[in-house]
Design a protein around this ligand. Sequence first.
Ligand code: ADP
Ligand code: ZN
Length: 735
Amino acid sequence: MKQDSPQRLTEEKPAAGRSVPVLVPMPAERPYSYAVPGDMCVEPGSIVRVPLGPRQVAGIVWDGECEAIDPRKLRPISHVFDCPPIDADMRRFIDWIAAYTLSPPGMVARMILRAPEAFDPEPWVEGLQATGAGPDRLTAARTRVLELAANGMAWTRSGLSHAAGVSSTVIDGLKAQGVFETVMIPPRPVVAAPDPAYASAELTGDQEEAARMLRDSVAADRFAVTLLDGVTGSGKTEVYFEAVAAALEEGRQVLILLPEIALTQAFLERFQDRFGTKPAEWHSDVAPRKRERVWRQVAEGGVRVVAGARSALFLPFKELGLIVVDEEHDPAYKQEDRVFYNARDMAVVRGHIGGFPVVLASATPSVESRVNASQGRYARAVLHARFAEAALPSIRAVDMRRSPPARGGFLSPMLLSHMRETLERSEQSLLFLNRRGYAPLTLCRVCGHRFQCPSCSSWLVEHRFRGQLQCHHCGHAEKRPEACPECGTLDHLVACGPGVERIAEEVVGQFPDARTIVLSSDILGGVKRLRLELEAIANGEADIVIGTQLVAKGHNFPNMTLVGVVDADLGLANGDPRAAERTFQLLSQVTGRAGRTGKKSLGLLQTFQPDHPVMRAIVSGDAEAFYEREIDERQKAGLPPFGRLAGIIVSAATRAEAEGHARGLRRAAPPANDIHILGPAEAPLALIAGRHRFRLLVQGERAADMQAYLRRLLATGPKIRGSVRVQVDVDPQSF
Ligand code: ADP
Ligand code: ZN
């Protein structure tokens, strides 16, 4: 039975003829005005349905006054949902993000309104409850049913038959005899309430000190950011669970952000071990119906802890009191689609608006967070060593100039011999290469033809398992031909360079009896299959794992004692000022997969630049040296966080249009003392999915008002015409 949704009842009936601003999920700069029918009650934050052109859309009643429009010309609000209103903090958060990222507020609001079925209350369902009457005779099956129902609890018919292990006709029979009656039961919580005292860990000295800092910041109940900085395996999760427990004790809700939540199922189990129940999950792989129930129960306060991807920041928490951002340095926190935002930074903003603490955890913090900590804006809690007996792996660079692989191979004799020894000890090896597919480039040995994507400026990547050549930027895929399309020669196409599939081929050739698994995000079977494979690896059901960055993060593989990085230089080549930081983080994380349980472990970096500062920092384990140097260089160059940056990407169907518009913007740039513009230049990827891209970089001093400048620039620049599109990326990931 679906309940009617009664309209919200408030004390005051609005005067007839009232109108309110409503923010609709559209790229509109301002809320639109709507008339409020005389018998309808709305307040700022109410979720409503309004007509928009020929459609009906959900929107949020906004703050402030309507534009001066004759109320008789306004269209009326169609419906008010029976749903807790979006609170003032969340509305300020939306406005803040819109202003900071230069996005239309409606597009930010859209991220909140992503669970349309949740705006109406969840329906109650029909259930059965024991009346106290006895059945005409008892059977074993009936006894099991009656035992379950004896405490007066109401069950659904299917739930009861399932729990008792009887066919539902048994239950129908009992109902016919009056043993059960029909009752309505409220929606089931998506997760049970976590118990902060369920099973607390005994913390080490370092951990206890860090946990005390976090608990104190929760108790202080005001905005503060703590950077929880500790090597992989030092117990950061254990420590921030103490902050979660403290917030739960205060009656507050908690949000834990994780970069790859869909793949970190082990995290949910650890949470359950500590709090007696799993947290509610929020990410794109949660089924729509489930997402809607989570949304609703977060809004009503029934869900106390959410573990989610970056989009969980836009859940309408009723009483949020703590956000933890785990792996705060992770590039996955940056959304580069429609609204360009970094969830780590926005979590800090959300804490500031809500007046509650935020914890940023990482073994390899971002340079930004390290600087914030050293300048006193953030507190810093440090865990110095791995927990218990576990020692960090020792790390060595393999100089590929001196120890080259055999012809046609990519693995050095040194790495192969360590893999052999690891196999003999029945321990696991991980080979890491951040490149999907078989080979990043295919060319014809006869005429030199290279296979390029027809709509991007990138080479096609061969995927041999699928027999395809694929573009990793637009998804274009074609069958790998036998003959060269240019000169027609048969069987002379060669693969250049390795991807994980090609490394797997080499490994199988070298170790035919080893159990080998290849893991990359394009694995057949999707997330479900990936989860199973990760579990299998953790359970020791593989000897050699070959994977892309998705195996680098957060996983705990107890028997893994060797990590080989096939091409440690890969990320350093692209000329981006953030390349060193990213490579340092990725190499630390991936080598950190080894040696989780006290066995001796080793990380080998295959490199042509063993003297590069990043390699030296990783090999010596001297992270401080790396950060000092990196921070110093950023400071000298005025790069973030010592200066501000924004990218303006101009794209269009033709190169001339894109370049013309970008040049027009550059010419229109208003002069400023503390801001200057670089470019336009072709964007790092000059052509994606048939769109040509040019980029301007706007660089400013730390104190510069970047947003005001960008707004002026876009307003004075040329009108956007034809196929031109302009996207602003404040605080770009790569620059
Ligand atoms: P990090 O998040 O820093 O990588 P974890 O919190 O995952 O570290 O801890 C690494 C391992 O050590 C986990 O298996 C965890 O259960 C264990 N561990 C850490 N601290 C403790 C503790 N105080 N008591 C028991 N086990 C701990
Ligand atoms: Zn493409």
